[in-house]
Design a binder for this molecule. Structure first.
Ligand code: ADP
Ligand code: ZN
Ligand code: ZN
Length: 750
């Protein structure tokens, strides 16, 4: 009986699958999860095999066209990955096509670049010294090429590299040697190993501290849990420098010893060469088995790393968010480092949360899942409280060094002293900086400028305009001169004077890094100053250069945004200044407080990692804000407990699920009208236990020339919420220039 493959074509606008005949010669190879080439309306196309059925089960009555060939020898999606794809598509309301698109890396999609055969020049006969000397006189470049090839590990080089701009060997040089029978030009499939020229000195496992022992024991127990049960995910809460990474390393070793594989997710921003090296070093003896999936790799390198996984040549995968889709077989462990990081949330379709997928995949593969952080997300913390996750903690830094002292400066007093404009530098911070500079120590100044700062704040008394119903900062809408809560729609006229103290100085909170740099340069005119933000770090490699200069003490003061807050190790930094903690704190986002707490804790972790005690100075107009006070006392549990109570009271995640539907269009009325229609339909059959706001302008009402309006829905059950949205949206059609997006478990509310 001939067989038929059900195929989802790349780029399809609907999830319709097409039937194709599997030709005899491919019968053994075409299975679900394979990528294949097929004709589509007489044009070549690529698609994914979703299922294979007996021919008489095909619904198609016409003559079936045959599959033309395989893109990859091995299926790209393993059965658990297939089920993960279904789950994502369901939960995040995304088409299968979009889900597959994000699961399969760009480089591996078309098959171009796959099995790409490139020309390599191979040294086939090594001339003796006399012959080489002779050659050196006759044809210098030919001799140089031989010298070069001799030094290569397998005595060969890619033609493109040899003739490229750095080596510049000419074709005649190569042809000359070819004629002399010294080299051959061959077709080679060469894996581009980004670490090919590096040697890794093996690092031995360290003797674990007592706390680490205990944490490790729990992880091992999960790894060894019986095949038919999926162990509860483990949350590893450990202050910065408490040795979490060492536990990851030893747990992975344990998994490898059992013949299984592991995936480690790391936030993109901390996936630095140093991080990669740490893993490469520990597993130096099986170095080729470690695949690093990094956005700084070239397309080709990424593809090759990924391919190593596909071919079972790599059992350990380290990568950012999308590495959760790596086709590792027989998975034993998934680690999510810095699990609280927002960058695990993908902000394009499908809008998945990588950490959550780690838990789902872990469940599907019945493997251990380890989430690590110094400041766990409230989502994960709540799961610990509910008994869904196991908790294990590291409370001590490995070197027993104390957590740095955090001093909070009340900027209300400063701005009264300094008169005129918001104060950027308090006198306390300034004095502290002078002292550190005099001692030859380094300083990081941190301006927490994430998102937009359009909340109203009084620099005299610290008043922040907040919504009485949601306890969220109100957003200033200039066009209407009103303050609006975009979650519930509460609005009022923007005050000209502070409602608390009648000051006229009430204004938008915020100033930028550029201004800060100018001020710092004028105050400390001898100091060497550098600024790191998306404006100054446009060129590739620039961030690495600046950080290196800072590490080698060529810079005294580093000013930066959150780009410099994470995971960096600078032993000589003894002072960290947070210039304006309010910027991230009073934004219209219910996670503002959590983010500020995490950020302050992370930033504090930057100070005093060397031998000198560290100090952190936090400037704020609202010194009593819980995020600031709890961070100051290094009190995660206190913060989490209070914040969860708040979330419960005002009905925010993680106490329930929240979905934001955004409607965009260049035409304001069309966006508004479409959203109103959608809103009416959603409301008509709103299931019990689902709440919905009225249609509202998005906090960022215009962006990229588009008008944006949104409704927010909440429910205790993500399934119920998802089903309702799917039912209603599937029934509606929108004008072509209107774009509707659903963001389930949204992080970015703008
Ligand atoms: P974290 O990941 O929690 O920030 P790391 O794993 O990076 O912590 O550990 C911080 C430092 O302590 C590293 O330099 C690491 O090599 C060292 N370290 C970790 N565990 C031990 C141990 N058991 N004995 C000695 N040094 C350790
Ligand atoms: Zn005031
Ligand atoms: Zn409100």
């Amino acid at each position: 009986m001939p067989r038929t493959a059900k195929i989802l074509i790349d780029g399809a606008t609907s999830d319709l699958q097409f039937d194709y005949l599997i030709p005899d010669e491919l019968v053994d190879q075409v299975v679900a999860g394979c990528r294949v080439r097929v004709p589509l309306r007489n044009r070549p196309a690529v698609g994914t095999v979703m299922a294979v059925v007996e021919n008489d089960r095909s619904d198609w009555r016409g003559k079936l066209k045959p599959i033309q060939g395989l893109v990859d020898r091995d299926p790209i999606l393993t059965p658990p990955l297939f089920r993960l794809a279904d789950w994502i598509s369901d939960y995040y309301l995304a088409s299968r096509e979009a889900v597959l698109r994000s699961m399969i890396p760009q480089a591996a999609r078309t098959g171009e670049g796959t099995e790409k055969i490139r020309k390599a020049v191979v040294l086939v006969s090594d001339p003796d010294e006399d012959a080489l000397e002779n050659l050196r006189k006759r044809a210098k470049r030919q001799a140089e090429l031989i010298d070069h090839l001799r030094e290569q590990p397998d005595k060969q080089g890619l033609l493109a590299d040899l003739t490229g701009s750095s080596l510049r060997f000419g074709r005649p040089t190569i042809t000359g040697l070819e004629k002399a029978g010294l080299v051959e030009v061959r077709d080679e499939t060469v894996a581009r190993d980004p670490f090919a020229n590096e040697e890794f000195l093996p690092s031995a496992p360290l003797k674990l501290s007592r706390e680490q022992e205990e944490a490790f024991r729990i992880v091992v127990e999960a790894i060894e849990s019986p095949e038919d049960a999926s162990p509860a995910p483990i949350l590893l809460r450990g202050v910065t420098g408490s040795g979490k990474t060492e536990i990851y390393l030893q747990a992975i070793q344990h998994v490898i010893d059992q013949g299984k594989g592991a995936i480690v997710l790391v936030p993109e921003i901390s996936l630095t060469p140093q991080t990669a090296d740490r893993f490469k070093q520990r597993f130096a003896d099986i170095q080729r088995e470690v695949a690093i999936l990094h956005s700084h790799l070239s397309q080709g390198e990424r593809h090759d790393e990924w391919r190593k996984v596909l071919r079972h040549e790599a059992r350990i995968v380290i990568g950012a968010r999308s590495a959760i889709f790596a086709p590792v077989r027989n998975l034993g462990l998934i680690v999510v480092d810095e699990e609280h990081e927002n960058s695990y949330k993908q902000e394009t379709i499908p809008r998945y949360q990588g950490r959550d997928l780690a838990v789902v995949r872990g469940h599907l593969e019945r493997c251990a899942v380890l989430l690590g952080s110094a400041t766990p997300s409230l989502e994960s913390w709540r799961n610990v409280i509910n008994g869904k996750y196991q908790l294990t903690e590291l409370t001590q830094r490995i070197d027993d060094r104390a957590m740095p002292l955090i001093r909070v400066i009340d900027m209300k007093l400063e701005s009264r002293k300094q008169r005129g404009g918001p104060a950027i530098l308090s006198s306390k911070l300034r004095l502290a900086m002078e002292a550190r500079l005099a001692d030859g120590e380094q300083i990081i100044l941190f301006l927490n400028r994430r998102g937009f700062a359009r909340s109203m704040l009084c620099p005299e008394c610290g008043f922040v305009a907040e919504c009485p119903h949601c306890a969220l900062a109100l957003t200033f809408h200039r066009e209407e001169d009103r303050l609006i809560c975009h979650l519930c729609g509460h609005g009022r006229v923007a005050p000209k004077r502070c409602p608390e103290c009648s000051s006229r100085a009430i204004s938008m909170a915020g100033y930028g890094t550029e201004k800060v740099e100018a001020v710092i340069r004028s105050v400390f005119d001898d100091a060497r100053v550098a600024r790191v933000d998306t404006d100054t770090m446009r060129r590739k490699g620039q961030l690495q250069e600046t950080l290196k200069a800072f590490k080698t003490r060529k810079i005294d003061i580093l000013i930066g945004t959150q780009m410099i807050a994470k995971g960096l190790h600078f032993p000589n930094v003894t002072l960290v200044g947070v210039l304006n903690a309010d910027i991230g704190l009073h934004v219209p986002d219910f996670r503002a407080s959590e983010r500020t707490f995490q950020l302050l804790t992370q930033v504090a972790g930057r100070a005093g990692r060397g031998d000198t005690a560290g100090e952190v100075i936090v400037q704020t107009f609202t010194p009593h804000a819980p995020a600031i006070q709890f961070a100051r006392h290094h009190d995660f549990i206190g913060f989490a407990t209070q914040e969860l109570e708040m979330r419960e009271q005002f009905r925010f995640p993680p106490c329930l699920h929240l979905a934001v539907i955004t409607v965009r269009s260049v035409h304001k009325e069309r966006a508004e009208f479409s959203l109103q229609t959608l809103h009416r339909r959603l409301k008509r059959r709103l299931p019990e236990g689902v709440e919905m706001t009225e249609p509202l302008p998005s906090p960022l009402v215009r962006s990229h020339d588009q008008w944006r309006f949104q409704v927010t829905l909440k429910s205790g059950s993500a399934r119920r919420l998802g089903r309702h949205l799917r039912d209603v949206i599937a029934d509606l059609t929108f004008p072509e220039d209107v774009l509707v997006t659903v963001d389930m478990d949204a992080y970015n509310l703008s």
